[in-house]
Design a binder for this molecule. Structure first.
Ligand code: PHB
Length: 404
């Protein structure tokens, strides 16, 4: 296939495989630095826009979306949250981000981030091809890598680039281009999954509620005034179809119930999905002319709301080093990418894992495990050090502390 004639050949400094938020933000930032890109995705724009993903952005990330000219819609339609609630044994404990670390987060769904970025690319004349197939990434160990793909109309195209960025997500294939004997894959599996729903109902609480209970975890999030997003811990092989609205509400209510009488406001469930998750990192994040960014290089469980933030941090660093590499900085600039990105990646891996084990009940947990978890929970909500530990990580670490 690599040398079969194609219908067109285009040269561009950077080809981006994957046009989700990471790929499009990279293209946007490179565009601002005067570097042209072509971004590709096997999904259609509609498919990406209608897949529910997480909804929390760090304030730094929100600021970058506005400050780099993607869109200021987040300021109008997003909601700044100055804290979250942690809940256990029927009581809620507020973690006040503002008071503890002087930071907040923004509730703004990933699908909206994607829409803003896709619109910004269109407005700025950037090239993005959605709904392509048969992607082949070739010659990544040379300084003339190529990407071949089939357009929706069946024609076959080739992009000749100086660098290829793999931003094709946790199920992408770019990371497989790093040879097996030259890569290390770190990971952890969890003996549970999340059952995610969208419901037509008013908000049940002003901020997000992360609840642990003897029945398992639940997260009460929001989308709009009349649409709510909620999750509850379920078995990894659970089938969404087996759950009626009544059963879903009964399960969610049981996980948040308690002495304070808190109850969720119910309404019709309009979407339900079982989300499996794991922790994963592949190193290296660079192989020759190929650079991996976002979920293509690492995934985290959604409990700490780090995934999208981490991906957008990767591409901020990557845009900087790529622009410098192409501007004459060469190898030396590129070599900064992995160490700068990985530091945050492993902190986020730790935080996501920690928050997951703090709030979920593992099947087969012993009485000791449960008591120990309660002791840890009590430390987190009941001491300033514990609350600060959570707040600093959840809000994304101050940039000055981090990307040095
Ligand atoms: C969401 O709103 O979908 C959401 C929020 C926080 C998380 C995960 C998902 O930790």
């Amino acid at each position: 296939m690599a040398d079969v004639p194609v219908d067109s050949i285009t040269s561009v400094p950077v080809a981006v495989v994957g046009a989700g938020p990471a790929g499009l933000m990279l293209a946007h930032l490179l565009g601002r630095a005067g570097v042209e890109t072509i971004a590709l995705d096997t999904r259609t724009r509609h498919e990406i826009e209608t897949t529910q993903r997480a909804g929390i952005l760090e304030a730094d990330v929100a600021r970058d979306l506005v400050g780099t000219g993607v869109s200021d819609r987040i300021l109008r339609e997003g909601h700044e949250h100055e804290g979250v609630e942690l809940r256990s044994a029927g009581r809620s404990y507020r973690i006040d981000f503002q008071e503890l670390v002087g930071a907040s987060v923004w509730l703004y769904p990933q699908t909206d981030v994607f829409t803003d970025l896709a619109d910004a690319r269109e407005r700025d004349g950037g090239t993005v091809h959605f709904g392509i197939r048969d992607t082949e990434v070739l010659d990544v160990t040379t300084d003339a890598p190529r990407v071949r793909y089939t357009a929706p109309d069946g024609t076959r195209h080739e992009i000749r680039a100086r660098y290829v960025v793999g931003a094709d997500g946790s199920r992408g294939t770019c990371r497989d281009l790093v040879p097996e004997d030259r890569r290390v894959r770190y990971g952890a599996e969890y003996p549970f999954a999340w059952f995610g729903i969208l419901a037509e109902a008013p908000a049940s609480a002003p901020e997000l509620v992360y609840a642990r209970s003897e029945h398992g975890f639940a997260l009460i999030s929001q989308r709009t005034e009349s649409v709510q997003r909620m999750y509850f811990q379920c078995a990894p092989d659970e089938s969404a179809d087996a759950w009626s609205d009544d059963r879903i509400w009964e399960t969610l209510q049981a996980r948040v119930a308690g002495e304070d009488g808190f109850r969720l406001k119910e309404g019709p469930v309009t979407e339900k999905t079982v989300l499996r998750f794991r922790s994963f990192v592949q190193e290296p994040m660079r192989w020759g002319s190929l650079l991996l960014a976002g979920d293509a290089a690492h995934t985290v469980p959604p409990t700490g709301a780090r995934g999208l933030n981490l991906a957008l941090h990767d591409v901020k660093i990557l845009a900087d080093v790529l622009a410098r590499a192409l501007g004459g900085g060469g190898e030396a600039a590129l070599e900064e990418y992995q160490p700068r990105a990985l530091r945050r990646v492993w902190r986020a891996q730790h935080f996501s894992y920690w928050m997951t084990q703090l709030l979920h009940t593992a099947p087969g947990a012993s009485p000791f495990d449960l008591r120990r978890q309660l002791g840890e929970f009590d430390h987190v909500v009941g001491t300033r050090a514990g609350r600060t530990h959570l707040a600093e990580q959840y809000t994304g670490w101050p940039a000055r502390e981090h990307d040095r």
